[in-house]
Design a protein around this ligand. Structure first.
Ligand code: SF4
Ligand code: SF4
Length: 112
């Protein structure tokens, strides 16, 4: 079941980006980070760490939105998220920019 909706301003506002650092040796494979990531960019590796647990890996490097939820949820402090600088938000459109264009001289009403 997909719980997340598309924000109304998704096409106008640049999403933040995050870089995930995973200390796989500390992981105990609880899957909190995988299950609760809002963009579902993490998955458990088929490999085992030294403790015998499957640890998370990134399946979509561009999908992290830097919410840091995985970092806060991880009971083993295995994940650190750092922010990646993204392009500035586009300026909001001004009222003048959205005003209707002036009529062409040939279409202007004749003066009395
Ligand atoms: S910071 Fe947020 S979007 Fe990025 S991997 Fe963690 S939970 Fe997912
Ligand atoms: S929340 Fe932490 S301990 Fe649990 S699977 Fe993710 S990295 Fe491993």
């Amino acid at each position: 079941m997909k719980l997340w909706r598309k924000p109304l301003d998704k096409d106008r506002v640049a999403s933040p980006r995050g870089l995930i650092h995973i200390r796989s040796v500390w992981c105990k494979g609880c899957r909190y980070c995988v299950v609760f990531c809002p963009t579902q960019v993490l998955e458990l590796s088929s490999d085992f760490n030294a403790k015998g647990y499957h640890y998370p890996i990134l399946k979509d490097a561009d999908g992290c939105v830097d919410c840091k939820l995985c970092e806060r949820l991880c009971p083993e402090y295995s994940i650190v998220v750092t922010s990646i600088a993204t392009a500035a938000r586009p300026a909001a459109r001004s009222v003048e920019a959205s005003a209707p264009p002036e009529p062409a001289p040939s279409q202007a009403p004749a003066e009395a």
